[in-house]
Design a binder for this molecule. Structure first.
Ligand code: CDT
Length: 315
């Protein structure tokens, strides 16, 4: 019997600083309604879905910075999103800035969670590859201060086995910049992942390398398609996009099959639901042949991957 789950990539258009969380949640609930009427089991939202992409600003006042973080999930403002999902019997993935008291101190992470159809949180991931910089760089058109506002995630890339409501899917997560790194996919590939959910906020303009700007959409799909094929997994990439506080961000939300093919893709840079019926077993033939890891991988020869961080050319 085939193991199908119907997935919605719930792309969000721009969120301005003046948009409060209740207004954003209302937009998300509308996308959930569309998802329900399209037969979705699971809806995925973007990275930092509840606010504008705040690392574009240099801020020093911790109180101001913390206005972008969630100290409890769900907060009162976000609770309607969770209730709506539960009433509709929809599972969802949500990205947000997490402020947590852990190990006797306050910590801040760029986080995603998966909530099942019954409203139970079944997975959490904290972003590991934090792009950008930690100090103010006024020469940039806008900042990218993820290294200032977040700690590196401390949960690696866990894969969870969802319950029967999601056909026992083996689900993994990554966040935005992670999708550019093959290591992110492989750690989950080695756990047999069947579907990777990922949200992103990707500015069109890359201040340190403006010559890359024309390639943003291409690189977005290139890395997700490669990651899907090489690990025989579905990849669901969901953008927050459009012009946010004067910063233009790419769209291109896409659902990619284990074949490496894009099976559904957004055509706007606004709130838009992209739906695909995903057979969780579609990757099986790859996992059993070309990418039979147990048979063909040679980890002894890969030691440098964990022993060396930066590239060091030979003398
Ligand atoms: N949010 C995030 O990680 N964005 C980065 C911006 C590019 S920095 C070159 C990304 O990889 O899409």
């Amino acid at each position: 019997m085939s193991r199908i789950i119907t997935v919605g990539a719930a792309q969000l258009g721009a969120i301005q600083r003046s948009d409060n969380r209740s207004a954003v949640a209302a937009r998300m609930i509308e996308l959930m309604r569309q998802a329900k009427s399209s037969g979705c089991d699971l809806v995925a939202f973007p990275e930092l879905a509840l606010t504008t992409f705040f690392p574009r600003w240099f801020m020093e006042d911790q109180e101001e910075i913390d206005t972008f973080f969630e100290h409890e999930m769900p907060s009162n403002e976000i609770a309607p999103l969770f209730s709506a999902a539960q009433e509709m019997g929809l599972a969802f993935m949500l990205g947000f800035a997490e402020k947590v008291d852990e190990g006797g101190r306050t910590r801040r992470f760029n986080t995603q969670i998966i909530v099942d159809k019954s409203g139970k949180q079944i997975a959490k991931y904290r972003k590991i590859h934090l792009p950008g910089h930690a100090e103010h760089e006024p020469w940039r058109a806008f900042q990218h201060l993820e290294k200032r506002y977040f700690e590196v995630g401390n949960l690696s890339w866990p894969v969870v086995r969802a319950g029967p409501d999601l056909n026992g899917a083996l689900l993994g997560q990554m966040i935005c910049n992670d999708r550019r790194w093959p290591e992110s996919y492989r750690v989950m590939g080695l756990q047999g992942v069947e579907m990777v959910l990922l949200g992103y906020n990707t500015p069109v303009h890359n201040p340190p390398a403006p010559m890359h700007d024309r390639l943003g959409d291409f690189h977005n799909h290139l890395v997700m398609q490669a990651g899907a094929y090489q690990n025989a997994t579905w990849v669901v990439g969901v953008a927050k996009c459009g012009v946010e506080e004067g910063c233009e961000m790419i769209g291109g939300s896409a659902i990619i099959a284990p074949t490496g093919e894009i099976v559904a893709q957004a055509v706007t840079r606004e709130d838009e639901l992209v739906v695909a019926r995903c057979d969780l077993d579609l990757g099986r033939s790859y996992k059993n042949s070309t990418f039979n890891f147990a048979r063909h991988r040679e980890p002894e020869q890969y030691r440098m991957l964990v022993e060396r961080k930066g590239a060091k050319p030979p003398e």
